[in-house]
Design a protein around this ligand. Sequence first.
Ligand code: AMP
Length: 206
Amino acid sequence: MNIIFIGPPGSGKGTMAEKLVEKYELLHLSTGDMLRDNIRKDTELGRIAKTFMDEGHLVPDELIIRMVGEVLKSEKRGVLFDGFPRTAEQAKALLKITKIDAVMELDASLELVSERILGRMICPACGKVFASKHYKKNTCDHCGAELYHRSDDTEETVKERYLVYTTYADAIKECFAELNILHKVNADDSIETVVSEISEVLDNLL
Ligand code: AMP
């Protein structure tokens, strides 16, 4: 099965993906992670993407669609798309190359995501996300790597990224509306509640 998580930055898409991919044997495809990996490796795509990401803007559709298409060419497992599609163009391109079984919308206010994003620390090795409010160490409890704060997790870019999300969200949902596969969860609920609501939808697809 192929699943999409949409929601503003900080709504918990990555955290939920981490909790669900193993159970449902899915590839976690996060376009944000793929772009950051390109930046770390200093590829041409990474250099271009960085200029957009630092401002909280979207990376151009054609670069993203090509990057995702390359992965899907050789992937045999189902995919959990995290942070993709982010525009109607991307959604239409995706629907041309694969079938989507469910779109989970993680609904969250700007207030909630700002608090989460400004206080989040990330493990560069395994991608695990920590809330500095509760987690006081600066190394990952899973693999020991030193945690970092994303350079685009600033007050200005959070507002911009939230605005970008709300600008495109309706058009993305419109692309899936007639397939009747849209489900909404409240991202402000506890992690356990959100995981269980998403699992209920995914279990019905097995
Ligand atoms: P994320 O890690 O999903 O929050 O993404 C971080 C940044 O990467 C975004 O603010 C965008 O600049 C860029 N990005 C990630 N995914 C996409 C996408 N599907 N389309 C365009 N830009 C993206």
